[in-house]
Write a protein that binds this ligand. Sequence first.
Ligand code: NAD
Length: 493
Amino acid sequence: MSSLKRSNSVSDKTIEVHNYIDGKFEKSDNYFNSYNPAVNRVNAFIPDSNERDVQRAVSAAKRAFESWSKTSVQERSQILNKVAMLIELSARELAQLESWDQGKPLWLATTLDIPRAAHNFRHFANAILYDTNISITDPDAGVINYTTHEPIGVAGIITPWNLPLYLLTFKLAPALAYGNTVVAKPSELTSVTAYKLCHLLEEAGLPPGVVNMVFGLGQKVGEPIVEHPDVPIISFTGSTATGARIAQRSAPLFKKLSLEMGGKNAAIIFDDINLDTVFPQIIRSCFLNSGEICLASSRLYVQKSIYQVFVDRFTIDVLQMKVGDPTNNDTLIGPMISSDHQKKVLKYIELARNEGATVRSLPFKLDTDHTAGYYVSPTVITDISDDSACMREEIFGPVVCVVPFDTQDEVVTRANNSPYGLSASVWSSNVDRVHTVANRLRVGTVWCNCWLVRNLNMPFGGQKQSGTGREATLDSREFYTEKKTICIKTNKK
Ligand code: NAD
């Protein structure tokens, strides 16, 4: 059953989301509301699922694993390529739904989120065709060794609200490509495109039970997935607090875990940089998706000799950013995801003011339809101490702290002095310096004179409280398969 049809426009009609279990869309007894954050109006009814739904989903996934894990690589590749194609055919509708449900500018969903979701499927559909295993002939021992990568079983996939379909598909595609079945739980705040994806998976010919999507709350759905003994792998993206809880609850079951969590990313800007060239990229790294990106730059360290020039120019640009209706092409800052999150971001701005920092932002004007949306003005904070919560904690909104530094050694120490270690960026024209600084930063990814250039072959993940494990082509294969060494006596000495 499908309550969504492929179309070129999204009406303001509320969508009733259904769980997708064992190839069937199911009505629920209980629903809760999900809101369009741009207008603060209910846009979807989400099933308030529970442990019993998770139990049925895991049983279906376990049954489906028996056959899916034995399908040929070509067969899996074909289906995943078809999913990629169907995402592209539905791209316009998916982008509209993502923007409508998450609040991100429509142009961003159209150019980033949805193309990436298709790319995730296509990439892994093709990667598995070129897989090789290592083998070592050991004449001294008279043996040949080789490795196999075997599908593990049911993968539990739990994802956040900031890049809903983008991040869900980054986990779903490799889990399926390497022969696992899945029970997934998207964020309760942004379930609509995941629901739409279930229809596309069905249309692509994915057998029943291979992907099961259980919608609902973290405690009632996420936690039973994490604690289920028949779910040996958990891939999670979300906050560090939830990641810590998942690690604790799953530890006694010795599950394989990939935890992609929060960040407080430093951008280090040296005085040899050509500001005209890099300025738009630095701004983008701070404010894309309204700052609701785990990889966003939120602490800017600027070398003293250009500090004032930088701050003046940065502030002018930031204060001119258009805040408002996500469907307008010139909107850069959409609403925060929820009223609670809006309050959290505003609390950090207030805290900076109370600490005596300089806080620059402008009031913004919204049309009457959007005045109830959860908007926050893009904000620049200066004259703030490295010890402030605004410099140490993840704000996850359009709020950036800019501070000066003197020397390379000093800035590396200050950038590393963070509980997080997800990513950083280095902006300098000096190649030696770029290499030296990048190598000394304790983070999972360092972008140098660029930002958010994500090649799926490159490992992705964080250090310290930003995460454990890496995902990408080879790393995802390591994670979603069990590696085995087979050693055979050849009698040839
Ligand atoms: P969150 O931790 O509140 O929720 C993430 C997911 O976990 C949701 O689906 C939620 O329902 C579920 N969940 C909540 N409690 C759970 C529990 N006890 N057991 C199992 N699942 C549970 O995070 P969020 O607010 O949705 O997302 C924002 C956070 O995600 C930020 O901290 C951001 O940095 C992080 N993030 C990290 C990355 C990365 O790649 N490192 C990418 C995007 C977002």
